[in-house]
Write a new protein. Structure first.
Length: 283
């Protein structure tokens, strides 16, 4: 089971299950490379409504038992019910996985508005005590340095975050951000609110121009001028863009290290070469 210490500046990663079953061996090959840097843990995302729950558990088991790296399995509240949660947690324990990341999750495309409004677990904070009641787990949760898109303001967002942490959260992992000043302000604000669990800074290397139109836009993260200019300059050259994206992420992490942060959680986009290049530059 994980134990994350404050001010240690650890390094962890996130991967996601492939959409097609026949691509699962590709993620195994990626993990076989990433394991060589011995990250503190590797987390595996979970499809909304459980669409990838079996793949999540299978990949997490590969990380835990074959790669011998601590695995965190994502669990989303959306689409979850008591029986599914019980069976999922039982399956994780059976596979030797003691760590989960509890999230609300986005509304699945096939879920009606009525089903979404009447879901069993409204938010991650409703899910966390239920996980606690079903076994001994390390529980991580998410936070938004730039305010959750559905929150009215920073004060409301941090109040909700404090409520969530108080349900039994062991550490927080931030949504991606590209301006460290935003993160430092967030850290000051949550400290004043009495939130004292370790916080891992979520960093996504932008190595292709199209990432701004997919992951970055969906996350609600703002794009600093420096990053916009980088993409404008290198976006049409794949090799130069990749190099520049790695350098931008490395600069972010170096600055976080200098300021004594708890750790970095790298959104790898399943790119082992990018992950290892960043790790070798910063750790």
């Amino acid at each position: 089971m994980l134990k994350i210490e404050k001010n240690k500046m650890g390094f962890s990663c996130e991967v996601f299950p492939p959409k097609r079953n026949d691509d699962i061996y590709e993620i195994y090959r990626t993990l076989d490379e990433i394991k060589l840097i011995k990250p503190d843990f590797i987390s595996v995302t979970y499809g909304a409504g459980g669409s990838n729950s079996k793949k999540t558990a299978t990949i997490a088991a590969y990380i835990q038992n074959i790669c011998e790296v601590e695995a965190i399995a994502h669990i989303t509240a959306v689409g979850m019910d008591d029986n599914l949660l019980t069976s999922l947690l039982f399956e994780l324990k059976k596979k030797g996985i003691d760590n989960v990341l509890a999230l609300r999750g986005d509304k699945p495309k096939l879920m009606s508005d009525e089903e979404f409004e009447n879901r069993k677990y409204k938010y991650a904070k409703n899910l966390i005590p239920e996980i606690r009641s079903r076994g001994d787990f390390f529980i991580a949760a998410a936070c938004y340095p730039e305010v959750h898109p559905e929150s009215s303001n920073r004060e409301e967002d941090i109040r909700y975050l404090k409520d969530k942490v108080d349900t039994g959260v062991d550490c927080l992992v931030t949504q991606m951000f590209f301006d460290n000043k935003v993160f430092y302000k967030f850290m000051d604000d949550i400290k004043k609110a009495g939130i004292d669990v370790p916080v891992l800074a979520g960093i996504m290397p932008v190595t292709t121009a199209k990432q701004l139109g997919t992951s970055v836009t969906l996350s609600g993260s703002s794009v600093p001028n420096e990053l916009s200019q980088m993409i404008a300059k290198y976006g049409n050259n794949a090799e130069d863009m990749k190099k520049a994206g790695i350098e931008y992420a490395v600069a972010q992490i170096d600055d976080l290290k200098k300021n004594g942060m708890d750790g970095v959680h790298l959104y790898t986009m399943n790119k082992a070469d990018v992950t290892m290049a960043i790790y070798e530059a910063v750790m």
